[in-house]
Design a binder for this molecule. Structure first.
Ligand code: SF4
Length: 181
């Protein structure tokens, strides 16, 4: 029997989504106050350090720590001189040090992420165009009213638009624009 096996290139391209799914499914910080992993604006070191150490302790026992670290590195979290967050049990300067050490591998991963994201965006835009321009009664059959079909279509369009907005916002944030226009 013939099996459809993923090529190494395909596997690398889907890695980011896989990492995110792993973190979403098993993170120890899910449901906790996300602010506990970030230093507040102008928060003095004497207040931040014990909070930082508590966050690191939670990460230490987290089953998805390795995936979380790779995502943080791919996302560019952490700066050499900014002790203001914790990811995967590492402070910002520690993440920056790991990133520098693995610069070549991460640059290649980031390129693949951008490719993957671009393809996903194109796909979502095509779906949005198709959904927004099709006849709402096209597949109505006999059991659904046109109004019900229209409502379902609007819901789909909104969901697609939300996904597109999220991707664009993330892309703009990476280039310093922060919010999608
Ligand atoms: S390693 Fe830490 S920041 Fe990452 S998912 Fe686990 S608890 Fe959350």
């Amino acid at each position: 029997m013939r099996t459809n096996r993923m090529t190494p290139a395909q596997a690398r391209r889907t890695r980011r989504a896989v990492l995110q799914a792993v973190v979403d499914a098993g993170s120890r910080c899910a449901g906790l106050d996300a602010g506990a992993w970030f230093r507040g604006d102008d928060e003095p070191a004497i207040d931040w350090r014990p909070r930082r150490d508590s966050a690191i302790r939670v990460c230490t026992g987290c089953p998805v720590r390795a995936a979380c670290e790779e995502l943080a590195l791919r996302n560019g979290d952490g700066e050499p001189d900014a002790d203001e967050l914790v990811r995967a049990g590492l402070t910002g300067p520690e993440l920056a040090a790991v990133r520098e050490h693995q610069a070549e591998r991460l640059a290649a991963a980031a390129d693949l992420d951008r490719d993957t994201e671009g393809r996903r965006l194109d796909d979502l835009l095509a779906q949005l165009h198709h959904e927004a321009t099709k006849d709402p009664d096209h597949k109505a059959g006999t059991t659904r009213t046109i109004a019900a079909c229209q409502t379902a279509q609007n819901t789909k369009v909104q969901a697609l638009a939300t996904q597109i907005r999220k991707i664009r916002t993330a892309r703009r944030a990476r280039t310093g624009w922060e919010k999608a226009a």
